[in-house]
Design a protein around this ligand. Structure first.
Ligand code: MN
Length: 224
């Protein structure tokens, strides 16, 4: 499961992170906000695991947060206060994190992995994604950007790119997650290419914690 953030506005409507994360990054509020998100995600995952679920929580990390000096300590603290075992936490970073301060980033990622936390490269294949990242940084997971998955059945180029990313992940022995999966046709196309882990609206739209617990208990994902 991936932890996603929404802001409940005054009239109870949900505000998308697209509308407030850039501002939070600009003002520095991303630091306390990111800490809150990570801790809450750890507490929620711990509680689900205590209920018998075998589930990893994946948390998006902003480049601003990642560059903060106390980041590693903050991750350690979140695991400590929640009691979540590190192997159940995955941190999602984007190429924007990897593009700067290469040496420090390598060290930090190594320290996080030494803690037992998994590292995922999010939105892979977009932005300035460089294949050099795959050989320079310790990574565990690649997440194929949803744009490729969305159009892979109608656009041959997208299908070719997905195929190539699947092969790269296999060769580098990285786990692969296809994002933005919405139809069974996409599932079988991805499966035939060798992709086994999928995420998207086909499985669930973003839901709150209580709904998520109910979804798990519904038995749809083999958990009772
Ligand atoms: Mn993500």
């Amino acid at each position: 499961m991936e932890a996603l953030l929404r802001w409940r506005g005054e009239d109870d409507e949900l505000i998308s992170p697209v509308d407030f994360i850039p501002l939070a990054e600009e003002t520095g509020l991303i630091i306390p906000l990111g800490k809150y998100v990570l801790q809450q995600a750890c507490f929620d995952a711990k509680s689900l695991i205590d209920q018998g679920a075998n589930i990893i929580v994946s948390v998006n990390i902003s480049a601003v947060q990642f560059r903060e000096e106390s980041f590693l300590q903050m991750v350690q603290e979140s695991l400590q206060v929640s009691g979540l075992k590190s192997c159940f936490l995955e941190l999602e970073i984007t190429e924007g994190v990897l593009a700067k301060n290469i040496q420090r980033t390598q060290q930090l990622l190594s320290s996080l992995r030494a803690l037992g936390v998994r590292i995922a490269l999010d939105d892979f294949g977009t932005g300035y994604s460089s294949l050099t990242y795959l050989k320079s940084f310790p990574l565990d997971v690649l997440k194929i950007d949803q744009g490729f998955v969305r159009d892979m059945l109608v656009d041959k180029s997208d299908a070719i790119i997905v195929d190539a990313i699947v092969r790269i992940s296999q060769a580098f022995e990285l786990e692969l997650v296809a994002e933005g999966v919405e139809t069974l046709e996409q599932v079988s196309a991805l499966q035939s290419l060798g992709c086994r882990i999928m995420q998207g609206y086909l499985y669930s739209k973003p839901i709150d914690y209580e709904e998520f617990v109910a979804l798990l208990h519904s038995g749809r994902f083999g958990f009772k």
